[in-house]
Design a protein around this ligand. Sequence first.
Ligand code: ADP
Length: 491
Amino acid sequence: MPRHKFLAIDQGTTSSRAIIFSDRGEILATSQKELRLYYPHNGWVEQDAQDIWNDTYVCIQDVLKKHSDITAVGITNQRETTIIWDRETGKPVYNAIVWQDRRTSSICADLKEKGHEPTIREKTGLLLDPYFSALKIAWILDNVSGVRVAAEQGRLAFGTVDSWLVWKLTGGKNHVTDATNASRTLLFNIKTNDWDEDLLRLFDIPRSILPKVLDNVGDFGTTSPALFEKSYPIKGVAGDQQAALIGQACFAKGMVKSTYGTGCFALMNIGTEFKASHNKLLTSIGYRITGQTTYVLEGSIFIAGAAIQFLRDNLGFFSSASESESLAKSVSNTNGVYFIPALTGLGAPYWNPDVRGAIMGLTRDTTRAHITRAALEAQAYQTKDLITAFEADTGVKPEVIRVDGGLVANHFMVQFLSDILETPVDIPVCHETTALGAAYLAAIGSGVFSSLDDISKNWKKEQGFKPMMTQDESNVLYQGWKNHMGSLIKA
Ligand code: ADP
């Protein structure tokens, strides 16, 4: 019997989940609800903030029925997604604007034109892109009737999803966020660790709507007695990718985790010194514990597993994603086919919103097996683009990459990744690294774990993959990707 149990709330883009972990990192109970996305206009992506809360609440109630003896709660969430609500009524003034939303791209282009990007990069480690929260906040203030006036009167609160959930869980008592979520807003100076007055002025956002920023481990409040039979302390919060970094125990400088879900997000721990990327990566706060900030370089790719969904749902190549593995293995190579999954433009390290996806190198004998294999191989090439940028920025070649996310169930993909990166790739025993990271933060916050070392001791490898290809083969294949990518970007 575990001595302590922790509740991890994992509020993601496609679903809300609650998972109860033991203090050894085992899953004891889990509950999940799919979350609806709305696309009101081309490039707009929204969710109902009330649904986000209601679904999360239902999932928590569900798992507490099985284990109500929880020591503490940890929260992890889809980052950048923006919610503004009325402090009095608790009602959102507009839908949640999701991280994928592109409605502010012309405002970004305009601000770039005016030369604001270098300063923003120095202060926040980010780029001027609709991806980040500040542009979404400004849009709501400027486009929803009465909102700017209410904000200026101090009646409104802004939060990323963590902040909204803490506010709801504490019965409207606490308006807080954590340093990792704050570091994705484009308003937080990650060197001074404070909201930045210049950026607030630039985006015309009143400081009064912002939450208080806490370390990843801390006192986020206690759940309201009105919600559950008992009250539970909320002791840890981190954005999803940072929580995965923690769940994967990447605490030494140079360690890398790469998550393959809908998109792919690779994070490299770069230690306690801020470093702006010169290779179009982002710098963010990896974690902040007892006031000490550790930074990461991040490469964000918008389409990873979504490419497999595309082949399944749009092209009808197979009926379940897992069939892609046997199909890919039914041929010995792609026969020269490359799949560039730029279905929503290109993220790191290209940052080109206008490029669209392509399948290149088609011949008379190309089959769906070749194209499927090419879509899986593309995951490795995309990752190589990021790892090359990490190396160029830091001079460090990671010794091993720790991977997670739904797509790593596909061992063909993971082996090919190891081949193309020419680096060992490890899959951990616990596949739910994001939720696990949140549970671990709660374990530290409640004093059950004394430090990050306790997390490292708990990390266990399920399976390791080593490069099997010759360096020449690997180089030739990757060069083909670079050539096709180059011609697509120019076209
Ligand atoms: P998210 O958390 O972003 O919703 P998940 O980590 O659950 O994503 O991963 C789901 C993605 O992984 C889907 O896009 C799916 O197509 C892909 N996927 C799942 N299993 C496999 C598999 N065996 N082979 C290839 N892709 C897979």
